[in-house]
Write a protein that binds this ligand. Structure first.
Ligand code: FAD
Length: 367
């Protein structure tokens, strides 16, 4: 019997595993993949996300961006600048493998698994039934953290489908270009897609992608290819990968009983630009703290962990509501919102806030 089983070794799962392992709890982290593994993600880490890592990840930073170019409908553009970094670019494959290594060093055990088939809870713990090569295996723990991403099986097993999870599609590719490092980090809203294209510079290539703010947004390789031809004068794409980003409208489902959901499994990514690593880290940390606080304390009942977790995530949920408002304004009225956004006073205020690691409600507080 483990104190905690964590499903999913993305940012939410590895940070929770690291903290719980370091706290001396017996922790088993499970993933269906071996690491390092490829992951659809542009690897952009904002300063507020960077500040959450409980270990140093500076060796993984491939570019530090202090400028962001925004292209408006009609192709006019403006540049948001800050003295401090606005975003750090990493490669997700390296970031997740490194974070997993840190979790294991902190005392967390890791295992690759086959299929999850059942999840049962009783007064004293959680039983997880797995199937691999025709064999079934039952693992038992006091608590379980579901950090298994946007298509979470754990969310489905605890009936979380009833919550209003919205999956927003995103697709990315690497494009080899000369002087990749000279390309500014770009968010391009010039096309009529209710979303945006991005260009993130790396050392030998740029990473390009499309994010749709609509769950049924059109997304395919040809759109990316046309975009690369148009903006980068090449149609050579490699490593094309897509995956949904899970956010939610209305009440977020954070778990049931002894099962807590974190990151995209709970639909905590923000719906404006699709940033999900910050929420994954934040919820991974807070779920770990809630469990650590409850384990072995007779004063608390098991459901107190979920209660502590819900309470601690209040600020993040407020931020998500603000992002939802901003997204509905931006994608309904892109021309007017970005014309307003190009105004120096406004974007300087946002860039100052972002570069100093503030959350959206902290930036908006003075207004
Ligand atoms: C194309 C694209 C670009 C993006 N770019 C950015 C960006 O630049 N910055 C940013 O902040 N966010 C970005 N995001 C969003 C970000 O990737 C996610 O929000 C983030 O990865 C969520 O972290 P997580 O830990 O909750 O889940 P994930 O990172 O999705 O990790 C889930 C883990 O669970 C495992 N798993 C899944 N199902 C099972 C199962 N049944 N059994 C066992 N293991 C399982 C998976 O193998 C995976 O390792 C992007 C997303 C996409 C699709």
């Amino acid at each position: 019997m483990y104190d905690v089983i964590i499903i999913g070794a993305g940012p939410a799962g590895t940070v929770a595993g690291y903290l719980l392992g370091r706290a001396g709890l017996s922790v088993l982290l499970l993933d269906r993949k071996d690491f390092p593994r490829k992951k659809a993600c542009a690897g952009g880490i904002t300063p507020k996300a960077m500040a959450l890592f409980p270990f140093d990840i500076s060796c993984l930073i491939r570019r530090t961006c202090r400028e962001v170019k925004i292209i408006r409908p009609g192709n006019a553009s403006f540049t948001v600048k800050a003295k401090a970094p606005l975003c750090y670019i990493t490669k997700r494959m390296d970031l997740d493998a490194y974070s997993l290594e840190k979790a294991v060093q902190a005392g967390c055990r890791f295992r690759k698994i086959g299929r999850i088939i059942r999840l049962d809870q009783d007064d004293c713990g959680v039983n997880l039934t797995l199937s691999s090569d025709g064999k079934t295996d039952i693992l038992r723990a006091g608590y379980l953290i579901g950090a298994d991403g946007a298509n979470s099986k754990i969310r489905r097993l605890i009936g979380g489908q009833k919550s209003r999870i919205i999956k927003l599609p995103a697709l990315e590719a690497d494009v080899p270009v000369k002087n990749a490092g000279l390309h500014p980090m770009t968010f391009d809203f010039s096309r009529d897609i209710q979303g945006y294209y991005w260009i993130f510079p790396r050392k030998t290539h740029v990473n390009i992608g499309i994010f749709s703010a609509m769950p049924n947004g059109t997304m395919n390789r040809d759109l990316l290819k046309n975009y690369a031809e148009d903006r980068l004068k090449t149609d050579i794409l490699s490593d094309v990968k897509g995956y949904p980003i899970a956010t939610s409208y209305g009440k977020v489902h954070l778990g049931t009983g002894r099962v807590l959901l974190a990151g995209d499994a709970a639909g905590l990514a923000e719906p404006l630009l699709g940033e999900g690593i910050y929420s994954a880290l934040k919820s991974g940390i807070l779920s770990a703290r809630a469990i650590e606080h409850t384990v072995g304390r007779k004063l608390f009942t098991p459901s107190d962990a979920l209660g502590f977790y819900r309470q601690a995530l209040g600020a993040l949920q407020l931020d998500l509501r603000l992002y939802r408002c901003c997204a509905s304004i931006l994608y309904q009225f892109p021309k007017w919102s970005l014309a307003l956004g190009s105004c120096n006073i406004l974007h300087n205020c946002f860039s100052r806030g972002y570069s100093t690691g503030k959350t959206l409600h902290e930036i908006l507080m003075p207004f």
